[in-house]
Design a protein around this ligand. Sequence first.
Ligand code: C5P
Length: 243
Amino acid sequence: MARRRQLYEGKAKVIFEGPEPGTLVCYFKDDATAFNNQKKGTITGKGVLNNRISEFLMLRLQDLGIPTHFLRRLNMREQLVREVEIIPVEVIVRNVAAGSMAKRLGIPEGTPLPRSIVEYCYKSDELGDPLISEEHITAFGWASPQDIDDFLAMSLRVNDFLSGIFLGIGIKLVDFKLEFGRIYDENGDVRIVLADELSPDNMRLWDVNTGEKMDKDRFRRDMGNVEEAYREVARRLGVLPEG
Ligand code: C5P
């Protein structure tokens, strides 16, 4: 196969030009970073597992009618996606207090939230993805009020659906991050679609029975058995690659 032109290298993925216009190839790396790049490492096999896990979850969401950038998995580490204009807003949905929100508000990690809470962060490595409000999003023109309604509606549907999928395999979906992008069709109409990936890199997943963490916090907090945790998530979802 002809060498593809690399467009961008991120922390966990490399993006190449796709075979057709309007498509991109995402290559999933084993590299892991945390605390805004201050901690770096590798999780052997992570790219292969996240490629599978994200494929599985994106396809289930598409079945539900949620538009995503995902087209198809190409091989162990690559997937074909639609090229989107990434909106520089990260949408975080939380069901249980953990991570930065637990710290910021002094709520013990593990406290169930009275209802799901949605937060927004400005996507900027330089600034460490600061927390923002809807006011910032609309005032600075990152997205319109209608876009925000779309983020919110899609994020809550994704939360309900993923919470159910994970509960069915004995896992609590504690929180997760979504990214959205815009696709412009031939008539100039714009559609908002779910982009990026859905994997233990951007979700917190706790075993329902033991409370054990099965996500990137094992790497962030030096808890060990990181690869094993990702493999166990893939195994329970029924997408563990052979070998
Ligand atoms: O660190 P924090 O508690 O804000 O993270 C909330 C959720 O969003 C976690 O599941 C984390 O993995 C995810 N996240 C992410 N990328 C970021 C920030 C958070 O995937 N830049």
